[in-house]
Ligand binder design. Structure first.
Ligand code: 13P
Length: 287
């Protein structure tokens, strides 16, 4: 059964570790993340972006697949199914589809409108038992080949949104999605510290987990980050493992073309990446 992210993140914040959100793209991805979480006895959040949802034939298909997989794999660790960077409309679609958690990314709206829409969604989520993540200060990244630098959120705006009663808050602290450019200035711990001072117990979310050095991850957790999102890193390790298989000509040997064989090294590579992150984030054994 899916759970919302409230309890696992409250525990993580209090225990000074972080729960990983791993974005899923297909059945292999989902299986790899769920099996690793179970093996390591770690809580986990499966992230689904609008694009990945569309690719997997819609949010309803995703929710049905995840729900059934948790059951058939005998997964007993807490699993939340979470919409990543949702638009207002997609939030409603995921609530309807059976997700247990949503992120409303209202960061591009003027703060008043972000607040009004966030409030409305908080009420709906409270009625239905879902957790809700909000975002302040947009998180940059690569879009059409242009790499935007991560913005830093205004701690007062963070407090305003946190006080509305969101479950978790994503705040820009110089982080970006995708690979970090050579000249990246690093995370702004000054901003993170100021946000945590103003928001107290609120679990903070660090997006763009790919490529952040280990010491920065640890410091961010010590300053209140309780959820870390990872997407690109699993894609890179999956692609590298599948490429190796093909380059070694294994798809041409025997029945090596069978997708169950062809995709097996990629699936294992996702498991290895997820394991590495769960160990780094400190969520192992915390289910
Ligand atoms: P990365 O792709 O940089 O790991 O970021 C993932 C993310 O933040 C999803 O919201």
């Amino acid at each position: 059964m899916l759970v919302n992210a409230k309890e696992m993140l409250t525990k993580a914040k209090a225990g000074k570790y972080a729960v990983g959100q791993f974005n899923i793209n297909n059945l292999e991805w989902t299986k790899a993340v769920l099996e690793t979480a179970q093996e390591l006895n770690s809580p986990v959040i499966l992230g689904v972006s609008a694009g990945a949802g569309k690719y997997m034939c819609g949010f309803k298909t995703v929710a049905a697949m995840v729900d059934a997989m948790v059951d058939s794999l005998g997964i007993t660790v807490p699993v939340a199914l979470h919409l990543d960077h949702g638009t207002y409309e997609d939030c409603y679609k995921c609530i309807e589809a059976g997700f247990s958690s949503i992120m409303f990314d209202g960061s591009h709206y003027p703060i008043e409108e972000n607040i009004a829409k966030t409030k409305e969604l908080i009420d709906v989520c409270a009625q239905k038992g879902l957790s809700l993540e909000a975002e302040v200060g947009s998180i940059g990244g690569e879009e059409d080949g242009v790499v935007g630098m991560g913005e830093c959120a205004d701690p007062d705006e963070c407090k305003m949104i946190a006080d509305l009663g969101v479950t978790m808050l994503a705040a820009g602290i110089g982080n970006i999605h995708g690979k970090y450019p050579e000249n990246w200035a690093g995370l702004s711990f000054e901003t993170l510290d100021a946000i945590q001072q103003k928001t107290g117990d609120m679990p903070l979310v660090l997006h763009g987990g790919t490529g952040i050095p280990e010491d920065m991850i640890k410091k961010a957790i010590s300053l209140g980050v309780a959820k870390i999102n990872v997407n690109t890193e699993c894609q890179i390790s999956f692609a590298a493992a599948v490429r190796k298989y093909v380059e070694e000509g294994k798809d041409l040997q025997g029945k090596g073309f069978d997708p169950r064989k062809l995709l097996a090294p990629g699936t294992q590579a996702i498991k290895d990446t997820v394991k590495e992150k769960m160990e780094l984030f400190g969520s192992v054994g915390k289910a």
